[in-house]
Design a protein around this ligand. Sequence first.
Ligand code: SF4
Length: 709
Amino acid sequence: MTDTHCPYCSLQCGMTLSRKGPRLEVGVRAQRNQHSPEDEGALCRKGWTAAGLRGSRERLTTPMVRDRATGEWSAVEWDEALDLVASRLADLRVDHGADANAVFGGGGLTNEKAYQLGKFARVALGTSQIDYNGRWCMSSAASAGNQAFGVDRGLPFPLADIEQTDVCVLVGSNLAETMPPAARHLDRLRENGGKVVVIDPRLTPTGERADLFLQPVPGTDLPLALGVLHLLDAAGAVDEDYIAERTTGFQDVRRSVAAWWPEMVERVSGVEAAQLRELASLLVNAEKVMVLTARGAEQHAQGTATVLAWLNVALALGMPGRPYAGYGCLTGQGNGQGGREHGQKADQLPGYRMIDDPAARAHVAEVWGIDPASIPGKGRSAYELLDALGTEDGPKSLLVFGSNIVVSAPNATHVADRLAALDLLVVADMVMSETAALADVVLPVTQWAEETGTMTNLEGRVILRQAAVTPPDGVRSDLDVIAGLATRLEARAGIRRDESAGYSSVDRQERPVVSGGPLWSTDPEEIFTELRAATKGGKADYSGITYARIREEDGVFWPCPEGSEGTPRLFADTFFHADGRARFVDVTHSGPAEEPSAAYPLHLTTGRVLAQYQSGAQTRRIKDLPDGGIFVELHPLVADRVGAHDGDPVVVRTPRGDLKAPARVVTTIRPDTIFVPFHWVGANRLTNDALDPSSRMPEFKVCAAAVSA
Ligand code: SF4
């Protein structure tokens, strides 16, 4: 029996895996929890069926190369595949410069893989062109957290703290469907006498649990927050002492929210002024308030501003740093948190260090044993990177790890065109995903139960996913692929490995002798040891965390410098800015990038369903999970207007494309809004690629659309 964690979402539920003959059985494992030590553990149906992907007939077990002229695939040996890829990458670098090669990672990769991928891009390829799909997940909350608190850790407290707050406000979160075991904390909060507020354009199973449910027009969570703060200030409910002692910038925010009286907010958001007053009244009378945002609030071209507006509410009430109160982001992907801390983001180095910070570059360069000047600068963000592929100034190759871009990227038809314009597309995946099917080379890699590595869950708790079975013959880990390519690239560049020292050494003037740890290890624990050194002294300091500690303590919260117990709760005494104060940031509402028009009279929003995860590359292949396919959720008033009945095919059009799918007629959605889940091909052909100016988050959650029968 092996103790491990679920392969999917950021809750990273504990599970046990045991072998029954050729089958792998999943069991629940209670996780020790900072607040609920007797927590019984739980899984959702995705977790229970996770072993279903093992033994799938669709599993890839040999590298494949596609002939572009004929479109035919050929199975090849690993050496042949890696030699081919490395030589093409090296040639592209010679012909077009280092930034001709690009790398795209994923928020589901382990910390070790994310770390190694960032190092591979900067050291082996010398490219600045690396980013990952987590940019499309929590980046607006990350940007807001960094601006307000000086640090970005999704939840600055353990999840179970929800049970002890007085009022929990969920903005754009459907956790009862996306991470069902987490909903127990809302239930217990209500049993304890607390209140749950849910803000969402759709009445979801989470909204059904709410004491107060607000249903705004998509893209108007920001003016709601401005209106709430207006009412709190008018009621004299802001915490003046906290604001004076622990923050800066409130007076500008106070002036700007003065213009957002409730009737003004109602006109913009569609939420009745009386409901807004009811929410403000709940907050005025609460000692402990928790504001939690998720993708509904964040995946907008004004996502960062929206999160900042809600952070302003939490700060004005004096909540961040108070026990069982504050602001947090409910991260989505399994390693959405750790994936953005260790260097696969275009502007970051390990430890949440910024790539343009000279001290950060010097520290990481020393660990890597290279000249700091050889680390490239900041690259393009995820969508901008894809948008540049195959253009004159853009990358000519792309290596994809842990991502199914053509399903998950906004404006996906355009993205598929950009992939087709590349000289070389390489995808490492375990199945022939929609993106892999477009590649020149596909490399078959291990999946979760076949490999060990750490993940950082939505609480900032570093946990250990342990291997339970050996991978099928022919399959290698992402770490093997990275090492295989890196050593081939080094060989071509004249870099010699000093085997006696166990380290790589470099004999070229511009890349001095390596003095750090083993450059291209394939052992996760060895890579984690190097990661610890690279993060030492950074905001996300993992230097005191070891595999042994994680096993003993069932996870360790960062920051955890050497000798530290870890930090389950942040901000009790100080924030992470140099002066120790949090920042109010004055934000304004500009509205969605694309408003409804005569041709496109509705709002389209997208999201998840209970039985599927992300692009569905894994969950759509598990036969025990219901897969009813894509659908269009619409209100009966819209259905009547277009002459559609429940189950009828309808066509959704946006300026970027169209989609035909069965109608699902429900009264739980606003009559001016339609909803499409994004786990299947099609939804993101519709979505808008307008980007948030700070986080570079695309506007997945709202665009203008038309529907017809
Ligand atoms: S809630 Fe998330 S982590 Fe837990 S079993 Fe479901 S998918 Fe897995």
